[in-house]
Design a protein around this ligand. Sequence first.
Ligand SMILES: NC(=O)c1ccc[n+]([C@@H]2O[C@H](COP(=O)([O-])OP(=O)(O)OC[C@H]3O[C@@H](n4cnc5c(N)ncnc54)[C@H](OP(=O)(O)O)[C@@H]3O)[C@@H](O)[C@H]2O)c1
Length: 236
Amino acid sequence: MKILDSVIFITGANRGLGLAFAREALRRGAKKVYAGVRNPTDTEVHGITQVKLDVTDRATAEAAATQCSDTTILVNNAGIARLTSSTLDPSMLDATRDIFETNFYGLISVSQAFAPVLARNGGGAIINVLSDAVWFSRPLLAAYSASKSAAWSFTNALRIELRVQKTAVLGLHVSFMDTDMTHGFEMKKNLPQAVAAAAFDGVEANAEELLIDEFTREVKQSLSSEQPLYLDPPEI
Ligand SMILES: NC(=O)c1ccc[n+]([C@@H]2O[C@H](COP(=O)([O-])OP(=O)(O)OC[C@H]3O[C@@H](n4cnc5c(N)ncnc54)[C@H](OP(=O)(O)O)[C@@H]3O)[C@@H](O)[C@H]2O)c1
């Protein structure tokens, strides 16, 4: 499916990868770009229409789907990360519930709200922003990794079901990106603009899964090896 002339709805599009998706969509000639944001600042910012959306609030997801009934591509991008000091820390439970509300239940909720819209518009596509962390975990990011693994699992089920209505579902796996989420961490980071561009290339090539960088490919490849990376992942 082409990005040119498509109508794209992106969750969490006021900054980071979401904003990069919005800009890349405009650059490729999308007919309309909706930015689902928690706190709209204006209705229209640089050709991008802001729509109120908190992915943890089902009512705003339904309202956004009703308002943006011409959407042909949904990007489930909104996400949060919380560091957990130890898997044995009692705060791990609250941190996990908190992260799952956004990264897992939020993704389900928005997908459910928009799936009928995409069906009515001919099928279209969904991009689910996942992570290399679906295939390994560290104590520091245990809750985050679990939420992304769960989102990957849901993505795989959703893909099968939505084939009937001709909606392509792309799982996007990426390692660290240079956004607010990784602010203060020194490591090799992907540029969000390049990730958004690769994701749209993937949609145009009808890809179902995209591994953006070398490390992500290594992680997945190692799963069936004698020493899978999840047994001893590198330190951050
Ligand atoms: N950065 C990385 O290293 C990395 C690596 C792999 C995957 N990812 C994934 O990439 C996606 C984008 O992350 P990012 O790096 O761009 O992070 P970011 O810079 O922290 O941006 C996160 C975006 O999600 C929005 N958001 C958070 N909770 C929301 C909610 N309940 N409802 C609606 N919007 C919400 C934020 O809105 P507010 O401004 O209102 O907070 C913000 O626009 C996430 O799914 C993340 O898990 C990131």
